[in-house]
Design a protein. Structure first.
Length: 155
């Protein structure tokens, strides 16, 4: 019996010219806002190494996995690389700081990790707020409390 994929030959074709055009349009429409290219899940299955070069005009890149962030940092010395789910252990936090990654914070546990960190290096933090999708993010009623806790981490 044939598999579903044999009956439905699906393919995605990556057009670098289209990527360049889309990036140009997005940058123009965004004004002064920073624009990051999200290349999580190995470039959404298209291959991180093939996709990210087409995003060179963007202000930064965003990934989920530490491995992807580490690879990108070997290629990208100065552009921001945002770790979308943040870190989950002291070792990951140490690695992220060493790689100069920007971090999303979406839980009290991640704030605790930052509070316990004794690094002399700074780290850029993006506080993720749960606006209704209920995947990741602090509750809107806890935003001020979390923000203040994060401010104390850098004081």
């Amino acid at each position: 019996m044939p598999t579903v994929m044999e009956n439905r030959p699906i393919q995605a074709i990556i057009n670098r010219g289209a990527i360049d055009h889309n990036v140009s349009v997005i940058k123009k429409l965004s004004g002064n806002a920073k624009v990051f290219g999200v290349v999580k899940a190995d470039g959404y299955g298209h291959g991180l190494r093939r996709i990210y070069p087409g995003l060179s005009a963007l202000d930064g890149l965003a990934v989920i996995e530490m491995e992807a962030a580490s690879y990108l940092r070997t290629q990208e010395r100065t552009r921001p690389i945002l770790l979308l789910e943040g870190v989950f252990s002291p070792q990951e936090l140490s690695d992220a700081i060493q790689l100069n990654l920007d971090l999303v914070v979406h839980s009290g546990r991640q704030i605790e990790l930052l509070e316990q960190c004794h690094s002399s290096n700074s780290v850029n933090i993006f506080l993720k707020v749960n606006t209704g999708m209920n995947r990741l993010g602090v509750s809107p009623k806890h935003v001020v409390q979390c923000y203040r806790a994060l401010q104390n981490c850098i004081a």
